[in-house]
Design a protein around this ligand. Structure first.
Ligand code: SF4
Length: 116
């Protein structure tokens, strides 16, 4: 698997190989963080999820407070879509705790109220 390391702006080109014994070999990295990134992308890819949810009088911007397994991406978006409307929202507040059993919370990062 060919990847670009995103752990720093240098963006090293990584080659990640899964060996017959289950170990992972990473080449092309200039530091240990790249090797860790390559191994994680091969064995358990994770992403921080950002989204925007429409509320009664505007929108709220959301983000998971930690990276969640990539295969949970659509489940998390569905959970965000289906969470019931609250009476009030605050920046930094938790909209969904432990979303989809990932141990990550969905946190409000911005509130945009439409002007009438
Ligand atoms: S391998 Fe190290 S130096 Fe290269 S992009 Fe990743 S973090 Fe940066």
């Amino acid at each position: 698997m060919e990847l670009t390391c995103i752990r720093c702006p240098i963006g090293c080109s990584l080659t990640v190989t899964k060996n017959a014994d289950g170990t992972v070999t990473v080449t092309g990295n200039n530091c240990p963080r790249g090797a860790e990134y390559g191994r994680q992308e091969m064995l358990e890819p994770k992403r921080t999820i950002t989204s925007v949810k429409k509320i009664k009088n505007g929108t709220i911007s959301l983000k998971t407070n930690k990276a969640v397994p990539k295969e949970k991406y659509f489940d998390v978006l569905k959970a965000i879509k289906n969470v019931p409307e609250k009476r009030s929202y605050s920046v930094g507040g938790v909209l969904i705790k432990n979303v989809c059993g990932t141990n990550a919370d969905v946190v409000i990062t911005n509130i945009n109220i439409e002007k009438f």
